[in-house]
Design a protein around this ligand. Sequence first.
Ligand code: SF4
Ligand code: SF4
Length: 691
Amino acid sequence: MIKQIVFSIALLITLGIFAYSIQRYFKYFKFTRKKSLGSIGKRLWKTLDVAGFQVKIFRRPLIGLVHALVFWGFMIILFGSIEMVVDGLFRTEKVFSVLGGVYTFLMAFGDVFALIILVAMIIFLTRRLILHVKRFSGVEMKPVSEYDAVLALTIIFVLMVSLLGMNTFYLKWAALTGAVVEGAYPVSHYLMSWFPHMTANEAWTLYQVNWWTHILLIFIFANILPYSKHFHVFMSVPNVFVSKVDPLGYVENMESITKEVKLMLDPNATFEEAPAEGAPERFGALDVEDLNWVNYFNSLACTECGRCTSVCPANITGKLLSPRKVMMDTRARMKEKGPGLVKEGKGFDDGKHLVMDYLTEEELWACTMCNACAQECPININQPSIILEARRYLVMEQSKAPAELNTMFANIENNGAPWQYSQQDRMLWAEGLEVPLMANKFANNEKPEYLVWVGSAGAIDDRYKKVMREFVKILNHLKVDYAVLGTEESDSGDVARRTGNEMLFQMQALTNIEILNGYEVKKIITCDPHDFNTLKNEYGDLGGNYEVKHHTQFLQDAIAEGKLSLDSDKFAGKKITYHDPCYLGRGNGEYDAPRTILKAIPSVKVEMEKNRSFAMCCGAGGGQMFKEAEKGEKEVFIERTEQALETGASIICTACPFCMTMMTDGIKYKNKEEEVKNYDIAELVSISLGL
Ligand code: SF4
Ligand code: SF4
């Protein structure tokens, strides 16, 4: 009876403190922006995949396996912990044993997992305290983070010791008294043999000591967690559920801007008045309450593991940016400002802000929007979305973009391209080639099957103009029914969007969509992965719905259909390495199409160490192509070129105009122009075909 009373009081205190701690965090959610979750089915599947099967943690197979075993082990041990609570409350003993075989099975696995988790804790502590694994350090990692981690790991270690102790002495007591053993405990059965001279009374006492140690430690741990980075124990699975389910390259539309842009483009346009509640007070995010609730949720779930920062090209090359810091700053800022918001409401101002006081402009502008961080995060946190919101604020509210970006914006506004180049010259790249224009086709009542989207780089950049020429030669060779927009095409707006100028993006997008829809375009092919992503994933939000293919996908299909035979000996014996463009690979999951094409070209293929979803960005995305890099130890393009050169390849193959510029610059920087060439995949195909 005393046990029951003491247990009930301990449980009540635990639940009370826990509820108090949780509500402190959760009452801040109402100050964040709204965001709808959309398809629940997709989310359940993602949760099963990422949380249940732990697929992302296995990106680092060895340590990933250890983490996954800990997660799965906790899930099973949780069953036993719930049983302990029921036993404690109702004076029962192993109450779930009524489940028979299932109970035996779960107890046996729980016993084995207790040992596995115990060993895992020793490994984790060794990595932190002795091996000093690099990703556990960084400017944002204060000593308190280390203490926090060590304390949590030690508590889990003791929890597992007490669990095994509990099982061992229970078995010992049963063996000495002849009591029926409920469940099976293979590890503890072995451990029991360590205590040959123990009496039944001693065994029962030690069983009770371990029982109480275990359950009270769970209660204490549960109340430490909300104040620790290990809060992710509670938050990680729900975080996966609310996380991004769209392709990583997709950026959500800003409805508030759409309304403004539509009014600018058509002053007679009318809109249904949006309800005032939930309407954004400013464009982008200056402070933490300007972020949406998922951003804040993400920050609470972040475990500070540093996987994101360890793959960030900006951080790798010595820039200030660390995606982990973005999440930690968001959480810290809400912790700082939250109480004031609760007290004084949304207008509360403490003179500080997330942007500028926590996240500096230097950090924010160093991001290449490559999404490597989001790809790497084991619980699907999306760090770039916070960086983008901050950029939106800097650009649209403060006009505080770096000077080169302002020039780029002005060029897009005036010329429809990020460079100073007249829109009327957008067909010069095709001089001497037969490239049909959509306007002419339409005038003849023809509707070509494909619209080939040339993109600003394809029309203007000297190197990429050559790629476009080779690609249309292939199309002509295949007798594809296509046309281009010519001088009617304008920049897709991708770079404007990713540098925070949503207004400019939407103006470009809506203008282009009007033209594309006017020509009743259904299918688009483009060589530019950035435009591919924008046209495929983002134009739909503004009324432009098309079937969009990247040129590598189109060429892959042509090979599969037997229309392209690439078995010439033009590249026989040459070593080719392929650099995955972020917006084709990570952004849209296309890794196979380029490799299938390369496979069809007789040559020697070598992969860089970082390839497919692990590929490092070339350094051009997120507007970096148009501005000086932030200071660091190295430029990203040099790092990536060095990785390509390490393969010993004589050809670095790309499938993106930005990557091409960066790789070409990298090869020049390394003085390797004689030995190493840079080709787009379309050029390799065209040369193989002898066009
Ligand atoms: S998107 Fe790329 S550059 Fe930006 S923070 Fe993430 S990993 Fe770093
Ligand atoms: S954002 Fe994700 S990957 Fe980065 S530190 Fe947090 S949990 Fe780890």
